[in-house]
Design a protein around this ligand. Sequence first.
Ligand code: CO
Length: 210
Amino acid sequence: MKKYEQLLLQNKAWVEQKNQEDKSFFSRLANVQKPDFLWIGCADSRVSANEITGTAPGEVFVHRNIANMVVHSDMNMLSVLDYAVNVLEVNHVIVCGHYGCGGVRAAMGNKQIGLIDNWIRHIKDVYRLHQNELEAIKDNKQREDRFVELNVIEQVYDLGKTSIIQNAWQKRGGPYVHGWVYDIANGIIQDLKVSMHDNSEMPDVFKFEK
Ligand code: CO
């Protein structure tokens, strides 16, 4: 059997198991999705949103890219965000980074990889913002871990700077925007406690008029 065919086989086994557990599982999901969460995570194969949060299909709307970035000119991210916030009306948007992130590591280095260097530039901008704090950390692993955390926090702020999020805050007092970090070494997700649901702590220049 070819390696990819194994996936199709596993899919059949999964369908069988789901049907055994809950007869209406697929018919229920076929009609509607009403997730309460938008997940913005890294594309890394080890950080699958549903798996690590113990959630089922239908519970989390997901957007993933290299290093869980919120790039305000990224039409893909903006479209997902707009749909999740304004149509699905999720109450929580979670940016989840992870320690050992290859994108973040690459952003700390000077190696040229290819097209992706242009994406990684966005992460380097976060480094520059926090250069003093990061370079005061002598241990490489600790510095990298802190960079992962600061990158998540910055993406949470970047979400708050979008008109999509600010308009929703104004209109319905939500969603909450959260910053989390996942540890691939032990599976634990840590809340970085930077949750926001209004623009009060944002620098004035980013606040849209009401
Ligand atoms: Co990553």
